[in-house]
Write a protein that binds this ligand. Structure first.
Ligand code: KG4
Ligand code: ZN
Length: 359
């Protein structure tokens, strides 16, 4: 018989609660976003986020159970994001899980948020281990070999901004709306990517590590030259800069994934699969670049639907099932952690942007 896990997610600016069954059915997936609360500040304010999570978690849990037409007593366990992320929000979620556990006598499983993202293609597409994963969002950027629910090998990641963060900051520089990814993608559709020579950071260096903050600085420089010369930006300037920026990010992600695919296939020639997750995976140019790359390597390409790419609690509940299935429920202590690398054998990456720790 299918078992049910209640998932709880509150590591950044989305309050999530979801019920997922052990046979991969998402019975409910509630996300309460906080965008309106942070809009005036141009980024996520940790204290505001933590307070909003504390206020909305019980509402989200209640809605998730109701939509699933189940009660807390029908759950077999609670899975909660215990890190990495903004510590106030993570603490709110862990406390909520502890309270529910004490009240209903349910075990609590501590889940790594990044593992939730990385395991999503197993929930959506039933992928088998191992596979190569590019995780790209507003707060994360990693190339991973996913080997098991608690077994990840990091091939590379960003040493400064995450790509989504770079999209958001660049949109602000160009006077485009937030979140920056969709507005840059829309402007880029009418732009000429070749007009401005923007850098492809770290492509001259070996390995799979990435950097996006210099790209944003280069964009600012080109923008300032235009403003100095003509007193402002024309719509065509916005579109050309957006197109140049998007092309540069695409080139960097595709080239670093190409290197990762080569390393991956040397280790796992019989499992040729690339999966992508995170909000930036919604970008058509990046998706197309990765799809072409996977065809070049004769690898299967999997991209979960957007609502499961962005932050949500269904991925946390699913990661809980994975840990139960593998007998690893005690592998992670239930403590709230701002940093929690998936691959502890690798040195920590630099950088901790507006949405929390990168590694
Ligand atoms: O995964 P996500 O919802 O939240 C976390 O960061 O954890 O990702 C949000 C990020 C934002 O930075 C947003 O600008 C970016 O994903 N994004 C996009 C697109 N849609 C969302 N970036 C590029 N192109 C898009 N179409
Ligand atoms: Zn995330």
């Amino acid at each position: 018989m299918a078992r049910f896990i209640l998932g709880i997610e509150s590591s950044c600016d989305d309050t999530g609660a979801a019920v997922v069954s052990s046979d991969r059915r998402i019975a409910s997936n509630v996300v309460v976003d906080q965008a309106a609360l942070h809009a005036a500040f141009g980024g996520v304010v940790p204290e505001i986020a933590a307070r909003a999570h504390a206020e909305k978690l019980d509402v989200a849990v209640d809605a998730a159970l109701r939509k699933a037409d189940l009660a807390l007593g029908d759950m077999d366990a609670i899975a909660v994001t215990a890190g990495p992320g903004l510590i106030g929000g993570v603490l709110s979620g862990v406390m909520m899980a502890r309270g529910l556990s004490a009240g209903a006598g349910l075990p609590v499983i501590a889940v790594n948020h990044l593992a939730g993202h990385a395991l999503t293609p197993r929930l959506t597409d039933g992928l088998t281990f191992p596979y190569l994963m590019l995780l790209v969002s507003g707060g994360h950027c990693q190339l991973l070999i996913v080997k098991g629910p608690n077994s990840f090998s990091r091939l590379g990641g960003t040493i400064d901004d995450a790509p989504g963060e770079a999209f958001d900051k660049s949109a602000r520089l160009l006077g485009l709306s937030q979140p920056g990814g969709p507005s840059i993608e829309a402007a880029a559709r009418n732009g000429d990517a070749s007009r401005f020579k923007l850098p492809r950071p770290l492509l001259d260096r070996d390995g799979c590590d990435m950097s996006f903050s210099g790209l944003k600085t280069a964009l600012r420089r080109e923008r300032d030259i235009l403003i100095e010369a003509q007193g402002g930006l024309h719509r065509s300037d916005q579109c050309d800069l957006a197109a140049g920026f998007q092309q540069a990010v695409t080139d960097v992600l595709v080239e670093k994934t190409r290197r990762a695919a080569t390393l991956y296939l040397a280790e796992q020639p019989l499992r040729p699969t690339i999966a992508v997750a995170g909000g930036v995976a919604a970008n058509t140019s990046i998706r197309a670049g990765l799809e072409t790359l996977s065809q070049e390597f004769d690898m299967a390409f999997t991209a979960p639907p957007l609502r499961l790419c962005t932050d949500n609690a269904a991925m946390i509940a699913w990661a809980g099932h994975e840990l139960v299935e593998a007998g690893l429920t005690n592998a992670n202590a239930l403590v709230a952690r701002p940093r929690w690398p998936l691959d502890t054998s690798k040195a920590a990456l630099l950088g901790s942007g507006k949405k929390g720790a990168k590694a």
